[in-house]
Design a binder for this molecule. Structure first.
Ligand code: GTP
Ligand code: MG
Length: 362
């Protein structure tokens, strides 16, 4: 992430410098008119995502990580945490921050970012009044774009709540892989036997695209399909929502997948859930194998604070963003700059397909 301040005689000239140096993808963080000794000028601070972030977010401290299991005490613990945060809030001297840092934090709060994450960001900013909000935010919310370089695993599974967009995400992942690696042998496996619609959908598009499709109705079937699928370069696995009273960790054990080191599990979520619901999903679906978060239905959301909340609670990077129900041009590998545009400008990622450009901006 490059953050740079540009100075020019007026705002249009400063913006022209931003565009010339950082290009059209730059996000404007602040614009300031300055005057001194009869001289006036304009300062524009802009950011550009130049490289994937080097540092993965630090693993959350044990007391921040979602606890395994499910029960009444989770709700109580959430309430205790909320009270503690409310008590700590007055200690958080936002006045010690630079105005633009404070504005950025207030914007994030309005966006639905929870108090825990806001306080952690404020604490990081207090150390440096010059620092851009994107510095601590980039550490808290990492992007690991869903491509072969970042995700070399052979087996990719999607998990998540019912209707979150798992099946459509999986199919778009398989199609993107086919496009990126023509000739690659790809296997699509449906292990969600209860969902006739999703199964037919996957089967239909797999056949149309020349991708091999298999079904597995039980853990035994799945073991057989995966064993027989050794010759495939990439295997994409559609898993059903985890049943009541179970956690993903337990469910993966049941399926014989918990020890596989060629497996990456992507948790598919949308920012449309209430915050208690999101916390409960994160508890259920955080497991040693959960490797990334895929955000869907961004086109239907009115704010995006949950992207920060989920990253803060789990320490997981965001791998892909989905912003439409169609199959083409609606799922993109996540980049940090796309997250900042969502959070600060409500701007959806641009579709890679020319004819869709601009359709989704709001
Ligand atoms: N607007 C919008 N709709 C989406 C997006 N992603 C998926 N959908 C739609 O959401 C609905 C559910 O998607 P699925 O992929 O079937 O979700 P699922 O998680 O597999 O659902 P179950 O298998 O029933 O648990 C479908 O109508 C999709 O077209 C998105 O990014 N934006
Ligand atoms: Mg499905």
């Amino acid at each position: 992430m490059q953050v740079k301040t540009f100075t020019a005689k007026d705002a249009p000239s400063a913006m022209a410098r931003v565009k010339a140096e950082l290009g059209g993808d730059a996000v404007i963080l602040s614009t300031r008119k300055c005057a001194e000794g009869g001289r006036s000028w304009c300062e524009v601070t802009a950011a550009l995502d130049s490289q994937p972030p080097k540092a993965r977010p630090a693993a959350p401290a044990p007391d921040e990580a979602p606890a395994p299991g499910w029960g009444e005490w989770h709700r109580e613990w959430d309430q205790i945490k909320a009270h503690l945060t409310a008590l700590m809030r007055p200690q958080l001297d936002l006045g010690a921050l630079a105005p633009r840092q404070r504005q950025a934090l207030e914007h994030l709060e309005g966006e639905g970012v929870g108090e825990g994450a806001v306080m952690a960001l404020a604490a990081a900013l207090r150390a440096d009044r010059q620092a851009s909000i994107l510095a601590p935010l980039g550490v808290m919310v990492a992007a690991a774009p869903l491509d072969a370089r970042h995700w070399p695993q052979r087996l990719h599974a999607v998990v998540g709540p019912s209707g979150s967009g798992k099946t459509t995400t999986l199919l778009r992942m398989a199609l993107a892989c086919q496009q990126a690696r023509p000739g690659a042998r790809i296997l699509l496996v449906n292990a969600d036997a209860a969902q006739a619609k999703g199964r037919m959908f996957l089967k239909h598009y797999a056949e149309l695209s020349g991708i091999t499709f298999r079904e597995a109705a039980s853990p035994r079937d799945l073991a057989g399909v995966l064993a027989a699928g050794q010759k495939f370069d990439k295997v994409f696995l559609d898993l059903p929502p985890v049943g009541a009273g179970l956690t993903l960790e337990g469910y993966l054990k049941l399926l014989g997948l918990s020890e596989r080191d060629d497996l990456a599990v992507h948790l598919v979520l949308s920012p449309l859930y209430a915050s208690a619901q999101l916390s409960s999903y994160l508890r259920v679906y955080k497991s040693p194998k959960t490797a990334s978060l895929v955000w869907t239905k961004l086109d239907e959301a009115c704010n995006y604070g949950d992207i920060v909340n989920a990253a803060y609670a789990t320490g997981l990077p965001v791998s892909a963003l989905s912003f439409g129900s169609g199959l083409r041009g609606t799922l993109v590998p996540a980049k940090a700059i796309m997250l900042w545009k969502l959070l600060f400008k409500h701007e959806l990622p641009q579709s890679p397909i020319e004819e869709n450009r601009g359709r989704y901006a709001h």
